[in-house]
Write a protein that binds this ligand. Structure first.
Ligand code: NOJ
Ligand code: NOJ
Length: 576
């Protein structure tokens, strides 16, 4: 009896704890939502309170000008921010945003045409990650290109285009939006198989996030093209979308149950890159499809657990948390940038993936536990076994209510480390939770708004993820190529050889280990001919390796060439 009473008291305490948390999370969502919206709008030129000097429709990443200096506009951040505003506009939640959205369209069309270190509009310039806030090119050295920008930008504009079509404004879509969207999508179609810096601007390889958002953009782009009679691009977009979907599968690490975020970089590969990809390619009509890593898919849930667990022991603010409790999470466990702290937008992304999953289970009326997702679900019910649980079963109720509290737990952590004025920086300290790095990060505000919307039951529009088939063999593809001959005048001593590496896959992606051996047939001229993407700005360097494998790089800056549209090309250099 005593035992029984204790158990009951215990259950009641637990329940009231959960209820208390849910109502305090609800209160946080209510108070923080308008602050996040205002914080986001303050960072958009020309009249945002914190963005003076930014041209109309230009989103600053943050008003911070030192350590770090984020007073620039990134295509990625801007597109994610405007996707939030476009969704608020098209859903009717905020009908006042239209002129701001039109200013964004104009600003991005200017940036597309601005020649920059990645190239011109026809030679790779669309891969440039960031610009000055007056819309001029940023010419300092940077991790470029970053090939997620054109995909994210077209996704934002396609959402606007679809609304305009539904509301009878075909002319604006065909004459104004489509030319901008098509430039981005043609770039995605022709370059998806080229190496890219990842969204954290650090690793040049292939990146799950980039591949996933590229896939989405071509699918919805081909649907839009069909609707407005631009049929000539449709089969090219569809063919490459199939190839991208095929390639997307290769990031999955079956033995460890997570998505390896990048093909290069030499890290564990556990990275919020993958969680962000799942929420930004959420398509409620695709159910729990694992090929597109939908939020409730077994692969994405297994991945989420591995990602979250990788932060349990590395941030001291997480110490003492139960092994299945929500914790602070950051970009990736090996991160050292600004000391390597948790990020608000990453912690919120965990909650958002879980809310998205709950929405789909609820509309399906069931959830499935597979051997792949078993470890994820056993966090909430240690004895649960693989199977399909209808919403009428107690297993379904137990699991979904625990997952709802788990999701709220991440929002509660976000709330705990948000200062009383509600402002959201980029990071919060891993040792005491105080805000750190860039203040008022526009992306942090955008991520709070999408997380809150998901908690409130918001389902985004479908982009065509349902009913896709993964081709049985993957075709790699790299648009048109030209044969480029590199000649370099380099004097060497016995045992030394000259190698070539650079910014594209065919040049082994800046890898000294895999650099291409040149031939000294015409010593001291070393030569090699390589097929490289046509119409592209390509950066490269020569390196010298001695008999014991020691590498000497040419001095900075990188060399670069712009390949022609067709034919052949020769460059004659001298070792620097
Ligand atoms: C600046 C980038 O924005 C950031 O993501 C990166 O971690 C640091 N550079 C270090 O490479
Ligand atoms: C650094 C982040 O790593 C990158 O993703 C972002 O685009 C810039 N900061 C600007 O916010």
């Amino acid at each position: 009896m005593l035992k029984m009473r204790n158990l009951l008291v215990c259950a009641a305490a637990l329940l009231s704890g959960v209820v208390a948390q849910s109502s305090s999370v609800g209160a946080y969502v209510s108070s923080e939502s308008p602050i996040a919206k205002a914080g986001l709008l303050a960072n958009i030129g020309p009249s945002g309170a914190k963005s003076s000097g930014a041209k109309p429709g230009v989103v600053i990443a943050s008003p911070s000008t030192v350590n770090p200096d984020y007073l620039y506009t990134w295509v990625r951040d801007s597109s994610l921010v405007f996707k939030v505003l476009i969704d608020q506009f098209t859903s009717g939640a905020d009908t006042s945003l239209r002129s701001l959205i039109d200013e964004f369209v104009t600003a991005e069309s200017v940036l597309q045409q601005t020649t920059n270190p990645s190239g011109s509009v026809t030679t790779g310039g669309l891969g440039e990650p960031k610009f000055n806030i007056d819309e001029s090119a940023f010419t300092g050295s940077w991790g470029r290109p970053q090939r997620d920008g054109p995909a994210l930008r077209s996704t934002a504009m396609i959402a606007y285009a679809n609304w305009l079509l539904d509301n009878g404004n075909t002319t604006f879509v065909s004459n104004t939006l489509w030319p901008i969207i098509q430039l981005d999508l043609d770039y995605v179609r022709d370059n998806w198989n080229q190496s890219t810096f990842d969204l954290w601007e650090e690793i040049s390889s292939s990146s799950f996030w980039t591949t996933a958002v590229q896939h989405r953009s071509l699918r919805e782009g081909s649907t839009l093209a069909t609707k407005i009679g631009q049929s000539s691009v449709v089969s090219g977009y569809n063919t490459q979308a199939d190839n991208i979907l095929c390639f997307l599968q290769s990031y999955w690490n079956p033995s460890q149950g997570y998505i390896t975020a990048n093909t290069g970089g030499g890290r564990s590969g556990k990275d919020s890159n993958t969680v962000l990809a799942s929420i930004h390619t959420f398509d409620p009509s695709a159910g729990c499809d694992a090929n597109t890593f939908q939020p409730c898919s077994d692969k994405a849930l297994s991945n989420l657990k591995v990602y979250v667990d990788s932060f349990r022991s590395i941030y001291s603010i997480n110490s003492g948390a139960a092994s299945n409790a929500a914790v602070a999470t950051g970009r990736y466990p090996e991160d050292v940038y600004q000391n390597g702290n948790p990020w608000y937008l990453c912690t919120m992304a965990v909650a958002e993936q879980l809310y998205d999953a709950l929405l789909v289970w609820s509309s399906q009326g069931s959830l499935e536990v597979t051997s792949t997702s078993l470890a994820f679900f056993q966090q909430f019910s240690s004895g649960v076994q693989p199977g399909t649980y209808a919403s009428s079963t107690s297993t379904y109720t137990t699991l979904t209510s625990a997952i709802q509290s788990f999701a709220d737990g991440f929002v509660a952590i976000h709330a705990e480390y948000t200062p009383s004025d509600g402002s959201l920086a980029e990071q919060y300290s891993k040792t005491d939770g105080t805000p750190t790095s860039a203040v008022d990060l526009t992306w942090s505000y955008a991520a709070a708004l999408t997380g809150f919307a998901a908690r409130g039951g918001n389902k985004p529009a479908s982009w065509g993820a349902s009913g896709l088939t993964v081709p049985s063999t993957c075709q790699s593809y790299s648009g048109p190529t030209v044969a480029v001959t590199f000649n370099v005048d380099a004097t060497t001593v016995e045992g030394e050889n000259i190698y070539l590496t650079g910014s594209v896959t065919a040049l082994e992606n800046w890898s000294p280990d895999d650099a291409l051996l040149m031939s000294p047939n015409n010593y001291p001229i070393w030569s090699i001919t390589v097929d490289l993407p046509a119409n592209t700005v390509i950066q490269y360097k020569y390196i010298n390796k001695d008999g014991s494998g020691d590498v000497t790089w040419e001095s900075d800056p990188n060399n670069n060439i712009t390949t022609p549209a067709s034919g052949t090309y020769t460059t004659n250099d001298s070792w620097r």
